[in-house]
Ligand binder design. Structure first.
Ligand code: XMP
Ligand code: MG
Length: 180
């Protein structure tokens, strides 16, 4: 598995440090409120677990799975809800936890859905951001790392469902794509 990685972008320690900072910022900003924190499956599952442990105010957690049509390394912008929330978002402060923002299409769709369901507020925390790839005007309220346009895996992020369990994030060797 390690041999498939061309370059480690962020080590486990660097990620953990950043997640602690993000948790502190969220805890400060949402003081006195009880936000519903939504994990976008599957990619954000490790980030959600680590971030939630670093949030020191009362929160509720929920999970949503979306799939965007397209191939495995580029999303097409057509988004479909595969697993919906268990909770109502009406009147709630919502914090969406996302692994990575690429074109921005997935998140702009999700934000739209939650606003139409009358959420009180909708904010986004994304661990990784590829600002150079944006096709819609969208920015996260909290961003961990801005990264260049390379396909990355690890810490929840996959290629064909592999590498999610790596504790760090790295760039996948190009030969891995071409061999499959
Ligand atoms: P959009 O384009 O809608 O895409 O902002 C967001 C979703 O695309 C996936 N994505 C990646 N997954 N490595 C991955 O494993 C990447 O480098 C990458 N870039 C985008 C991801 O599922 C994200 O939720
Ligand atoms: Mg994915």
């Amino acid at each position: 598995m390690q041999n498939d990685i061309q370059e480690v972008l962020y080590s486990e320690e660097q990620i953990q440090l950043k997640v602690r900072e993000l948790g502190a910022a969220v805890s400060r900003d949402y003081e006195g409120r009880n936000p519903l924190v939504i994990c976008v499956l599957k990619g954000a599952f490790i980030f959600m677990a680590d971030l939630s442990k670093n949030i020191t105010i009362p929160i509720e957690l929920d999970f949503m799975a979306v799939s965007s049509y397209g191939n495995s390394t580029r999303s097409s912008g057509e988004v479909r809800i595969v697993k919906d929330l268990d909770n109502s978002v009406e009147g709630r402060d919502i914090l969406i936890v996302e692994d990575i923002i690429d074109s921005g299409l997935t998140l702009s769709y999700l934000i739209d859905v939650l606003e139409r369901r009358n959420a009180k507020s909708v904010r986004v925390v994304a661990l990784f951001d590829k600002p150079g790839r944006r096709t819609v005007d969208l920015n996260a309220d909290y961003t961990g790392f801005s990264i260049p346009d390379a396909f990355v895996v690890g810490y929840g992020l996959d290629y064909a469902e592999h590498y999610r369990n790596l504790p760090y994030v790295g760039i996948l060797k190009e030969e891995i794509y071409s061999n499959r």
